[in-house]
Design a protein around this ligand. Structure first.
Ligand code: FAD
Length: 567
């Protein structure tokens, strides 16, 4: 079933729900007017449908392979990557001075979602590069920026992020890769990195690795980490990719999904690197890349949800079983209708949260306002975790809609579920996202959370005349969320962490209701109204049980000993 890019849906949500007009109203993003954005969405949609979607299955079946030390991508990948680069999509949010389009993150988010729906494996490559561009722009020297950013934007070179090591996954502070200063101002980087996405490939002439490593005088933990640019090929005097650097791909992982995206074990053996940012401040610099990527990974989940939904709907409309009214297809059965509507409503809720997250990032960048910054920071772990959980749930439901054919690879339903599974793991597991939300993101005493809750209460007020029951449910839910947040910020960190995952999901559930009602109010037609009612009446109430779990504290979790667990 071919993918159809929901471009007019994005245009509607950006204009009427997420707040793009406010972004376009700033000097920085004045060029992102409604017509320009609509044209951009159309172009990106076309590329996703025509160049990327046909590679989805080929990528899964062929996968990327390591041959004589060189990674070969599946048929058609280099050409499609070139089309992405030539369309300017890698540098969509990058500054114009380096050849980027300087468009808002809100537009980038919509474009990235369409590409993720069409072919997640391929889209991961430009996503990594986009994050690298942002990190370099914020932290690198002028020489490094001038040399690398234009080539990353043009797709001549691509970017990776190298944090993970065998003993340092979620605990990045445990990493051991070392960087020794050399006389010429560069560094010799030595160590092993694992799980490096797109660590090597044949789609571009150079691969630029941003590597976290320790200087000789580094203290233990995250405070002793520095960031280095370590290219696969060393730039020559003219800035072209020259001789090979001291690094190699040792092997590629065999994975559950995302087969076309090579996941590399990398070995650095005295490789030449350049310091990015200040010594020992590498984590802060890498966080620029990671925050961008966390929103981007949430959006990957949503993109897969959309693809899986379209697939399931097409199948359901075609398949006939039992007595069914109307079309005669299984889509007429109540339980199939429940599954399809849930898939659509959840995808939409996560999408609206992600777009609002991106708008907050844009407003923070355009105005420097602390409240926008705090909102962007607060929403990022929610988008990442909820977006990817929705991707996993919807893709799984998509298999169910297909019945036995969902378990058979040819339909493509299973691939969505396999590919999307990792999005809840990489870029910081969803558990780590939730701890970030109730820990670091509530160091303000919950101010950013309370500001959002207040907006939900106001939104409920606006919805009261047209949707009295749903508005009342949203107001009650927002008040429950307020109480739970007040409770949580008063707890010890250990108790907060114990309830972090359910709290994050409860927050997302209620926020989704707020956005669904906002969308329904902005539209005269009945479809959004029905979707909002379905969400608020049937999906949002999940928040109650979640908040109970969020308040339950840590003690009960440890009541069952490790021996009991093993018994
Ligand atoms: C396909 C793929 C691509 C990847 N791409 C990249 C990449 O490009 N660059 C890169 O650097 N890395 C990459 N990664 C690595 C990825 O970011 C890590 O796998 C992830 O951060 C989790 O680390 P881990 O696998 O060591 O799991 P662990 O850290 O061992 O976690 C195992 C479990 O314990 C939980 N846990 C761990 N610590 C805590 C804690 N303090 N509190 C509560 N729970 C905790 C986790 O949530 C998880 O459920 C990739 C991984 C995969 C699978």
């Amino acid at each position: 079933m071919p993918y159809r890019a929901p471009t007019s849906e994005f245009a509607f949500l950006l204009s009427h729900v997420a707040g793009l007009p406010e972004v376009s109203g700033t000097e920085r993003f004045a060029h992102a007017d409604e017509d320009t954005v609509a044209a951009i969405l159309e172009e990106a949609g076309k590329l996703s449908e025509e160049a990327l979607a046909p590679l989805q299955r080929i990528g899964d079946v062929q996968g990327s392979r390591l041959e004589n030390g060189v990674v070969r991508t599946p048929d058609g990948f280099p050409e499609a990557f070139r089309a992405v680069a030539e369309g300017g999509w890698i540098g969509i949010a990058a500054p114009e001075e380096y050849g980027g389009m300087a468009l808002p993150m809100a537009v980038t988010t919509a474009v990235n979602e369409m590409m993720s729906s069409a072919c997640l494996s391929l889209q991961l490559n430009p996503l990594m590069t986009q994050g690298q561009i942002e990190a370099l722009e914020a932290h690198a020297s002028e020489e490094i920026k001038a040399l690398y950013i234009p080539k990353l934007i043009s797709g001549e070179w691509t970017g990776t992020m190298n944090l993970t090591e065998p003993q340092a996954g979620s605990d990045v502070g445990a990493l051991r890769t070392r960087a020794e200063p050399k006389d010429d101002g560069t560094y010799a980087v030595t160590g092993q990195k694992i799980y490096i996405s797109w660590g090597d490939h044949d789609m571009a002439e150079n691969v630029c690795h941003l590597v976290l490593a320790r200087l000789p005088d580094a203290v233990e933990g995250t405070k002793g980490i520095s960031l280095f640019m370590v290219p696969k090929k060393l730039p020559d005097a003219e800035g072209k990719a020259g001789v090979a650097n001291g690094l190699k791909v040792v092997s590629l992982e065999h994975k559950l999904g995302l087969h076309a995206s090579p996941t590399a074990v990398m070995e650095y053996d005295g490789a030449t690197g350049w310091l990015v940012g200040e010594p020992h401040k590498g984590m802060a610099a890498m966080f620029t890349m990671m925050n961008n990527a966390r929103l981007g990974v949430g959006v990957q989940g949503i993109g897969v949800a959309e693809g899986a939904y379209q697939h399931a709907l097409a199948y359901a409309l075609d398949r006939r079983q039992g007595k069914a009214e109307g079309s005669g297809s299984i889509a007429e059965h109540a339980d199939v209708r429940r599954m399809l509507t849930r898939m659509k409503a959840d995808t939409q809720a996560a999408r609206m949260i992600a777009l609002a997250n991106a708008v907050a990032i844009d407003m923070a960048a355009a105005t420097g306002d602390a409240a926008w910054k705090a909102r962007a920071a607060f929403l990022t772990p929610i988008t990442k975790a909820f977006g990817t959980d929705v991707g996993i749930d919807v893709a799984s439901e998509g298999i169910q809609v297909h019945g036995g054919m969902g378990f058979v690879e040819e339909t493509g339903a299973a691939q969505y579920a396999r590919d999307v599974r990792v999005t809840a793991i990489y870029e910081g597991t969803n558990g780590i996202q939730a701890m970030d939300l109730v820990g670091r993101k509530m160091l303000d005493g919950g101010e950013a959370a309370f500001a959002l809750i207040e907006e939900m209460v106001e939104g409920a007020g606006r919805a009261r005349a047209r949707f009295p029951e749903e508005a009342a449910a949203l107001r009650d839910a927002a008040e429950d969320l307020r109480e739970a947040t007040e409770f949580l910020v008063a707890q010890e960190l250990r108790d907060r962490f114990a309830g972090a995952v359910p709290f994050l999901r409860a927050f997302a559930r209620v926020l989704g209701g707020h956005f669904h009602l906002k969308a329904a109010l902005a539209d005269e037609g009945p479809a959004r109204e029905h979707l909002a009612r379905f969400y608020v009446q049937r999906l949002m109430p999940e928040y109650r049980g979640l908040l109970e779990q969020a308040r339950a504290g840590a003690e009960g979790l440890y009541a069952l000993s490790l021996d009991d667990l093993a018994a």
